[in-house]
Design a protein around this ligand. Structure first.
Ligand code: SF4
Length: 446
């Protein structure tokens, strides 16, 4: 039976030291009881308490680690079905499939190129899935070790039989690859995973996964990843949803593991679309059989979007940014420090080729209208931001006429009074900036 917060509290040191990131032991106990924290986060819990709490306090979904060092991928440990209930903790891995019959060196270069910058963050492919297409264990080992040397990314080793996986698994044991025997795991693979301490994939329908995870656990395998196998997108989504629900809503341990799913679509666009769905609906790793940037980028963007903490909007530093080497007479475009707002404005100003400055006002990372409605983006706040940035002082008295978003045209009069300068109302959407800056701005400033 699940332990209550008070049961857990009785077993904690009750010193309220705050080292777990929560101010009191009681608050921490409540978080553990609601599966939002794990007991290991308290560094002072005694071995006896640890044992007493045992499995009851373990996270509902097992944390599985693939790879080592800075590039290691951690999946699982999720606690909610919906991001707005709390947040999703461990971003899923995006794996590119490489066959052992491919040119590994060329593939490695293509995988390296799958790295993009979006809203100030680097988003890239972080797993390589190496499949034994040749049926030759040595070929798989050669391809996998070559890719490991070239990329240092976590690996998923895929083969039809445990015997084909063993040489690569042994050679790369220190790199902690995930072992995936299609349709498995067989007894041989379970033995290999238990002996090597490597994580393995449990593939099949729910009943089979249920039985196989318990069999593997009894054999000493701790880290497992569930897989629905080669099924339709609808069946894959059902599998992902049911296993997640079994873990976080029912704390059903045999299905309390993250999942891996492969996009089987016929063409790259369909694979990309499928993969986006799997990322958004609970996959721990998504395997993509394409390395073309136009199909991989949407998947990376989906992951970036769903794993952003909804309680902490992504922000940029509140300050003045210079674009296209502005001079003293260049426009000052005002927006908020919400990353999406700032980068939308930045990309439009850059594409206009008009030299300009962008002032990102600190609105705690909220967008223009949200910030205005919350009194975070009014005349006073913008005046403060202008003064704090020192932009007027730097440019001298001759500088004037900042541009505010058209969505908040209503504040232009009051802002003008506050700063003693004429205020220009810009377009409502960032997409209108290039035309505005090129065609309207010169006439407005004379
Ligand atoms: S770290 Fe442990 S002892 Fe300290 S407040 Fe948290 S739960 Fe209590």
């Amino acid at each position: 039976m699940a332990l209550t917060g008070l049961d857990i509290y009785q077993l904690l040191p009750q010193t309220n030291c705050g080292d777990c990131g929560v101010p009191t032991c009681l608050a921490f106990a409540m978080k553990v009881a609601s599966k939002q924290a794990s007991l290991e986060e308290c560094p002072h819990v005694s071995d006896e308490s640890q044992e007493a709490l045992g499995e009851a306090s373990a996270p509902p979904q097992k944390l599985v680690k693939i790879g080592t060092g800075d590039n290691a991928l951690q999946i699982g440990n999720e606690t909610v079905m919906f991001r707005h209930d709390e947040k999703f903790h461990n971003p899923c891995g995006i794996a590119i499939l490489v066959r052992d019959t491919d040119d590994a060196a060329e593939k490695a270069e293509r995988v390296k190129a799958l790295s993009f910058e979006r809203i100030g963050q680097l988003i890239d492919v972080d797993v390589v899935a190496v499949e034994c297409d040749s049926g030759d264990a040595d070929k798989l080992k050669t391809a996998a070790t070559g890719l490991n040397d070239a990329l240092g990314l976590p690996l998923v080793l895929i083969a039809g039989e445990a015997a084909q996986l063993e040489p690569a698994a042994r050679a790369l044991q220190d790199a902690r690859p995930l072992l995936w025997e299609r349709g498995g795991p067989s007894d041989e693979l379970i033995e290999l995973a238990a002996d090597s301490g490597l994580p393995l994939v449990v593939e099949g329908e729910l009943e089979k996964c249920d039985a196989d995870t318990q069999k593997a656990k009894d054999a000493g395998v701790e880290e497992m990843v569930l897989c629905p196998g080669e099924v339709s997108p609808r069946e894959a989504l059902e599998f992902l949803t049911i296993t997640r629900r079994a873990a976080v809503d029912q704390t059903y341990r045999p299905l309390g593991f993250p999942s891996i799913v492969r996009a089987w679509g016929d063409d790259p666009a369909q694979k990309s679309l499928e993969a986006c769905h799997y990322v958004l609906k609970y996959a721990g790793i998504v395997v993509l059989d394409t390395d073309r940037p136009e199909y991989v980028l949407p998947v990376l963007v989906s992951r970036q979007s769903i794993y952003i903490d909804p309680q902490r909007p992504v922000q940029v530093e509140a300050k003045v940014y210079e674009v296209n080497e502005p001079g003293p007479e260049s426009p000052l475009v005002i927006t908020t420090n919400f990353s999406l707002s700032y980068y939308s404005v930045l990309s439009e100003v850059e594409s206009s080729r008009v030299p300009a400055r962008i002032l990102a006002v600190d609105t705690q990372g909220t967008s223009v209208l949200t910030a205005w409605a919350a009194d975070e983006f009014g005349p006073e706040q913008i005046k403060d931001a202008i003064e704090k940035s020192g932009v007027f002082n730097e440019l001298g008295d001759g500088y004037c006429k900042p541009v505010i978003p058209g969505l908040v045209a209503v504040i232009s009069g009051e802002l003008s009074e506050e700063i003693g300068q004429e205020v220009i109302v810009g377009p409502k959407e960032a997409s209108g900036l290039p035309r505005f800056l090129k065609n309207e701005w010169p006439d407005l400033v004379g």
